[in-house]
Design a protein around this ligand. Structure first.
Ligand code: ADP
Ligand code: ADP
Length: 233
């Protein structure tokens, strides 16, 4: 599962009584297991859409379904959940917990895994992306690119339906970027979770995704869909 269905979504912010249309009549289908990137200029409404799926903010029109269940519609308070894991640009690891504690706390706290099982899975995923050995470090001791890889692993360990990434590699230096890109692809190939990846970087979108949606500067308007048929390296 992990089928995202966005129907005629709209979002108008109204700070200080001055309406800002952030998304207007946007419809998108993302199939289970698909890796979709949304690319578009700053301010076109990408984050607003992602926040709508995550349940951080309510739509002002339209509806968002996840596996046929409404996760967002106007007038009802949306509810975020571990079924929709989000990775942002900024470090969101607990600074007072080690990398390993950050990784296993979700599944263990929710009684979805024993501590032993969570440790095993976390070790295996860290090894998969070349991060064995950082388990006992604190987040402040690892680079931004490493932290992002850890956050993607943490998202996976929660066994979500979808992973929502909002410019996760912005600010990661160019050399580390290719390592983080390949780590994300390795983890995606392992898990086959539905991925929605937001970026303003078309090259990044094309490298990572199976399908790229281009959002125009008209709020939330999907201008073009690019299907990528080339096998990944
Ligand atoms: P993107 O992610 O594509 O850069 P956003 O979804 O962040 O775009 O923003 C879309 C539009 O909505 C922008 O004009 C932005 O200024 C506006 N916006 C975003 N969040 C808020 C908010 N909390 N209050 C008012 N306006 C907002
Ligand atoms: P129709 O012929 O009316 O399009 P479908 O059974 O194909 O009927 O479903 C209509 C739409 O409902 C689909 O395009 C999809 O967006 C949505 N839908 C159906 N099942 C699910 C699901 N499990 N999760 C999310 N959306 C779903």
């Amino acid at each position: 599962a992990g089928w995202i269905s966005i129907r005629n979504a709209g979002k108008v912010y109204d700070p200080f009584g001055k309406a800002v249309v952030a998304v207007e009549d946007c419809s998108i289908e993302i199939r289970p297991g698909e890796f979709v990137a949304i690319v578009g200029p700053s301010g076109c409404g990408k984050s607003t859409l992602l926040n709508g799926i995550a349940g951080f903010d309510s739509l002002t029109s339209g509806v968002i379904y996840l596996d046929g269940e409404v996760v967002n519609r106007p007038g009802s308070r949306p509810k975020p959940g571990p079924d929709r894991m989000v990775v942002f640009q900024n470090n969101a690891l607990f600074p007072w917990a080690t990398i390993m504690e950050n990784l296993i706390c979700g599944p263990v706290a929710q009684n979805r895994m024993s501590k032993v099982e969570a440790l095993d899975k976390a070790h295996a995923l860290l090894a998969k992306v070349g991060l064995s050995g950082i388990e006992n470090l604190y987040p402040s001791a690892v680079s931004g690119g490493m932290g992002r890889r850890v956050e993607i692993i943490r998202a996976l360990l929660n066994d979500p339906r979808v992973i929502l990434l909002d410019e996760p590699f912005r600010g990661v230096d160019a050399l580390t970027k290719s390592v983080t890109h390949n780590a994300l692809l390795e983890l995606y190939d392992l898990s086959r979770k539905t991925v929605m990846f937001i970026t303003h970087d078309l090259e990044e979108a094309i490298y990572l995704a199976d399908r790229v949606l281009v959002m125009a500067s008209r709020p939330g308007h999907i201008k073009q869909t690019i299907h990528i048929n080339l096998p990944r390296p």
